[in-house]
Ligand binder design. Structure first.
Ligand code: SAH
Ligand code: DHB
Ligand code: MG
Length: 234
């Protein structure tokens, strides 16, 4: 298997299942022009996010890591009538571009973009008594995924869906030589998920335009997860 083939298959899927989307194409172009790294979710992954929001009937979505607002637009499109998406971004320059991209998508009134280190913003949101979210997409700096999971749980209710991007990192997670901070953050994220009695979770590997990576998906049960589900090992 090769990157070329994975990209060709992503192209095949997007051509057949996704409509041409000038608003999202403009968001990608503006992000590139602003010098952002090309690390937004792919279009078919974005559509998956939109569908997960819609399937869940989510009215309150939280995203950690906005970049140019590409995934934010997908998430916001899935919201139920009257829904809101809150998205957190460290980089003020990125946030300005994202704001324009989100406005161009007609979602300025739906998306609430907050600038600052996400751990601090999350703590402030919790302290301010922010209402629980229905779905949380964790996609900011991977070193802080463990902290993001903890804060996400404090901003969750029973039934909240948790999604984590980039949880495979080209298989780096299973390479004992790999002590990279990103990979160590992701490993700790798995450990916390495994220890956390209030969450049932899985993860799936993906290949595509963005190489070999994966999504984690969890649901907050609010109860001790059954031992049966825990023992159903791969
Ligand atoms: N969700 C985006 C991609 C996010 S890339 C998409 O798929 O379209 C990760 C983002 O996290 C970057 O924009 C980066 O600036 C931001 N980030 C990094 N550290 C952060 C922090 N401590 N707090 C908030 N955002 C952070
Ligand atoms: C990378 C990819 C991502 O999806 C992300 O959120 C951050 C970084 C990357 O490939 O470097
Ligand atoms: Mg990502």
């Amino acid at each position: 298997m090769s990157q070329e083939l994975w990209s060709a298959v992503d192209g095949y899927i997007c051509e057949r299942l996704l409509e041409p989307d000038p608003v999202l194409e403009a968001a990608v172009a503006a992000s590139e022009l602003a010098g952002m790294p090309p690390i937004a979710v792919t279009a078919n992954q974005g559509k998956l996010l939109e569908l997960l929001v819609r399937i869940h009937g989510a009215r309150r979505v939280l995203e950690l890591g906005t970049l140019g607002g590409y995934s934010t637009i997908w998430l916001a499109r899935g919201l139920a009538e009257g829904g809101r998406a809150v998205t957190l971004e460290l980089n003020a320059g990125y946030a300005a571009v994202a704001k324009a991209n989100i406005a161009r998508a007609g979602l300025a009134d739906v998306v609430d973009l907050r600038v600052g280190p996400a751990l601090e913003t999350l703590a402030a949101m919790h302290a301010a008594g922010e209402e629980a979210f229905d779905l949380i997409f964790i996609d900011a700096d991977k070193q802080n995924y463990p902290g993001y999971l903890e804060w996400s749980l404090r901003l969750s209710r029973r039934g909240t869906v948790l999604i984590g991007d980039n949880v495979v990192r080209s298989g780096g997670i299973v390479d004992p030589e790999n002590k990279d901070g990103v990979v160590e953050g992701v490993r700790r994220f798995y450990e916390l998920l495994a220890e956390e009695p209030r969450v049932e979770a899985t993860a799936v590997q993906t290949v595509g335009d963005k190489g070999h990576d994966g999504f984690a998906l969890g649901v907050v049960t609010g109860t001790r997860a059954s031992s049966r589900s825990r023992s159903a090992r791969c």
